[in-house]
Design a protein. Structure first.
Length: 88
């Protein structure tokens, strides 16, 4: 898979989660941050996308503890939620 097709696939998966809330939270995070990601960050995000939306959202909101495999700078950025722009 080329880098361009990998990014396109990740963008689609980030924006087509099944609920509008998850789409905005995960999709906006991807849009705001992916341009600066290297291989390890992309792999982290791919792994995150395999998780259930309810759990991802709970980790971001702090209502559930974040599993150790997701802890770090990327999850810290995700938990800020300052990247979410709700269209009107």
């Amino acid at each position: 898979m080329t880098d361009a097709s990998r990014i396109k696939r990740l963008k689609f998966r980030a924006w087509h989660r099944g609920t509008r809330e998850a789409d905005y939270m995960i999709g906006c995070f991807f849009d705001a941050h992916h341009a600066g990601w290297g291989e390890s960050e992309l792999a982290w995000f791919e792994m995150l996308l395999d998780e259930e939306d309810v759990e991802i959202m709970a980790w971001a909101l702090g209502t559930m503890p974040v599993p150790a495999k997701y802890e770090g700078a990327q999850m810290d950025a995700f938990r800020k939620l300052d990247f979410v722009e709700i269209p009107r």
